[in-house]
Design a protein around this ligand. Structure first.
Ligand SMILES: Cc1ncc(C[n+]2csc(CCOP(=O)(O)OP(=O)(O)O)c2C)c(N)n1
Length: 677
């Protein structure tokens, strides 16, 4: 749908003049900070300054006095390399932390002005961006969260918009296509993308690599779209107004000149990612009519920006009054959800009851099915959980019976059919977590964690609670073969800082791991789950969450001091348990240590670690994956039974035999280390 800016009106000259000076303040600060840092990207802030000025000075609902105001509009700078645009605006509108000193310390250690925006570091920054495309997909998640919470709590308390500033690079990245399609399908009308349509990227003119008709592309995905002159404040304002009236998400392609004002570098890639240099800056100052010295903002401009920063204060106060007037139970629930505080007692009670129920009737069950059992009790207990799957709902078991679907028609629904869009799913979940008030979880196959990885990494970096159910976690998935069988994925995920990779061995551990993922408020979690059945191994179902230690002795040795410690995770814990029996038959006492989570184990106090590691002379680990990472537990001289190649297509029991991941092979490995085979 073509967006029509029918409300375009000629703005009074004074407004235009004031606008120009406000925008030039962004340009000057960006040039100065990049010059001072001797690195950075002046081109985007200079080109997009008009868009940002119109948005922040006339439309965006925000209050620098309360950066976390829940009903603020969200502004995501998806083109994170243009960070100085955001820092300049935060400074000018009066965010207390964004002092002129911080701008002077752009890109320096410990500053609030890192190279790319980091939301956990800088109040006013909504998302950690830089990897192109991510911010746009984050914004889709934010708009989903907004619409959902508005449906639950009403428009008096939740009614805000999400704006994204995206560059050519954002729109070239594949994740943007997934995100755009999802947003169009879900009719996220309060989402607006301002596209910095400057036709330049790092290598030069966009025509070197791209010839997409972006308006047609967005329209095909169900968006409203229009193209305007991105340096005309009246046109920008009219377009934003039109977007606000649209019943679809909107794209506003703003034709701009990268490095606007720079005498020789404007309009070229030369101003994309390096300081302009003293001469060019002097020329730009002259072109722009900017006479203030570096890092200086003239009082009239400062005042105009401060007025922009104070614009939404009355709205915030009115909002606080609305919240205060809410029914007390509703208010308490709203505030609890925004604090990100899971109802710990309800979770603990649900977990305890389910563990007891499962332990009372032990049976073989796939951990993906056990996860569904957990969700059956957690989804009602934790109303902020928003589930989903990338078109594998029946395989991931992420939709417990009766969980309503979130859609354009039912914003109160809690399960999202993301379609076959793993990357945007993960990035949108980040956006939901960043928005607050919801805890997203989703499903796909573990092998497709690769398709989610850039977003998982940002969740880990930014410390967002996002939960990934990743099923079909090894060759144990069987006949689908090596394309679908993860081999290196556990190691690759474990290599990521601040990510919990949880691989439970049975139903009890699965329930415990779900509890840990929910409690992991400052980072993402991956639950690696089996397709195939596994035996019930945990005899005890006490309230104590044994998985919290990351590794613990599941089966003690019998008949003397342990000679062998067998370590395993997930489905291979059963293999280790069977190997322990074989060793016992040979008179060799062995113990089994379940290792559901390396990261949690690493964080344990030394005595807990030592207890899990034990003192047996021989250490053997078994996991249907590559060895990488296990030396941390078994040492370089430990034995490892696992995968060294890709898998194969066959029934899973044949595969375990074929690849030698069997109790016999584990016992053999132990015996050979003992010198007794
Ligand atoms: C995923 C990803 N790939 C590559 C980069 C490196 N990079 C930063 S900006 C950019 C492209 C610049 O073009 P554009 O997005 O149009 O920004 P502009 O030059 O207009 O500022 C690239 C390739 C990145 N940040 N993220």
């Amino acid at each position: 749908m073509r967006l029509h800016a029918s409300t375009v009106t000629a703005d009074p000259q004074t407004w235009r003049a004031e606008h120009r000076r406000m925008a030039n303040a962004i340009r000057a600060l960006a040039m100065d900070a990049v010059e001072q840092a001797k690195s950075g990207h002046p081109g985007l802030p200079m080109g997009a300054a008009d868009m940002a000025t119109v948005l922040f000075a006339r439309f965006l609902k925000f209050d620098p006095a309360d950066p976390a105001w829940p009903d603020r509009d969200r502004f995501v700078l998806s083109a994170g390399h243009g960070s100085m645009l955001l820092y300049a605006v935060l400074h000018l509108t009066g965010y207390a932390d964004m002092t002129i000193e911080e701008l002077r310390r752009f890109r320096q250690l410990g500053s609030r002005t890192p190279g790319h925006p980091e939301n956990f570091l800088t109040p006013g920054v909504e998302a950690t961006t830089g990897p192109l495309g991510q911010g746009l997909a984050n914004a889709v998640g934010m708009a989903i969260a907004e619409s959902h919470l508005a449906a639950l709590f009403g428009p008096e308390v939740v009614d805000h918009r999400t704006y994204v500033l995206a560059s050519d690079g954002d729109l070239m990245e594949g994740v943007s296509q997934e995100a755009i399609a999802l947003a169009g399908h879900l009719r996220l009308a309060k989402l607006t993308v301002l596209f910095d349509d400057n036709g330049i990227s790092i290598d030069g003119p966009l025509s070197l690599a791209d010839s997409v008709d972006q308006l047609a592309r967005f329209e095909a995905a169900g968006w409203a779209a229009m193209r305007i002159d991105g340096h005309d404040p009246g046109a920008i304002a009219a377009a934003v107004e039109a977007a606000q009236q649209s019943d679809r998400p909107s794209l506003i392609a703003c034709r701009t000149t990268i490095g606007f004002g720079a005498p020789t570098k404007a309009g070229s890639e030369k101003c994309h990612g390096s300081p302009l240099g003293a001469e060019e800056i002097a020329g730009a100052r002259e072109n722009l009519g900017w006479t203030a010295p570096p890092f200086d903002v003239p009082p009239d401009v400062r005042e105009a920006w401060r007025a922009a920063g104070g614009r939404s204060r009355p709205a915030r106060i009115a909002w606080q009054q609305h919240v205060a007037a809410l029914d007390s139970a509703k208010r308490a629930e709203f505030e609890r959800r925004l604090r990100g505080e899971v109802p710990a007692e309800r979770v603990a009670a649900a977990v305890r009851a389910l563990k007891n129920k499962v332990a009372a009737a032990p049976r073989e069950i796939a951990t993906r099915n056990a996860s569904e059992l957990a969700l059956e009790v957690l989804v009602p207990a934790v109303p902020e959980l928003i589930g989903g799957s990338a078109d594998l709902t029946g395989s991931n078991n992420t939709r417990p019976k009766g969980m309503p679907v979130y859609s354009a028609k039912d914003r109160a629904g809690r399960f999202i059919h993301y379609g076959v869009r793993e990357h945007a799913m993960a990035a949108a979940m980040n956006g939901m977590a960043l928005h607050g008030g919801v805890i997203p979880y989703s499903g796909t196959f573990l092998v497709f964690s690769d398709y989610c990885r850039p977003a998982i990494r940002l969740a880990a970096l930014a410390g967002e609670r996002v939960i990934f159910v990743m099923t079909h976690d090894s060759i144990g998935l069987g006949e689908d073969g090596p394309t679908h069988q993860p081999v290196e994925h556990l190691a690759a995920l474990r290599a990521m800082p601040n990510l919990l990779v949880l691989r439970p061995c049975d139903a009890i551990e699965t329930i415990e791991c779900w509890q840990l993922a929910l409690e992991n408020a400052r980072g993402p979690s991956v639950l690696a789950l089996t397709r195939q059945n596994v035996p019930h191994l945990r005899a005890d179902a006490s309230a104590h969450n044994r998985c919290a230690a990351g590794a613990y002795e599941l089966l003690p040795c019998e008949g003397g001091a342990a000679q062998v410690s067998l370590f395993a995770s997930g489905s291979e814990v059963a293999v280790a348990a069977a190997a322990r029996r074989l060793l016992a038959e040979r008179g060799i006492p062995a113990r089994v240590v379940s290792v559901p989570c390396f990261e949690l184990f690493r964080a344990c106090p030394q005595h807990v670690k030592s207890a899990a590691l034990g003192t047996a002379r021989v250490k053997v680990a078994v996991e249907a994956a590559v060895r990488q990472g296990w030396d941390e537990i078994i040492g370089a001289d430990g034995a490892f039974v696992g995968m060294t190649t890709f898998g194969a297509s066959a029934p899973y029991k044949d595969l375990y035999r074929h690849f030698g991941i069997t109790p016999e092979k584990v016992a053999e490995a132990a015996l050979s280390r003992l010198g007794g085979s």
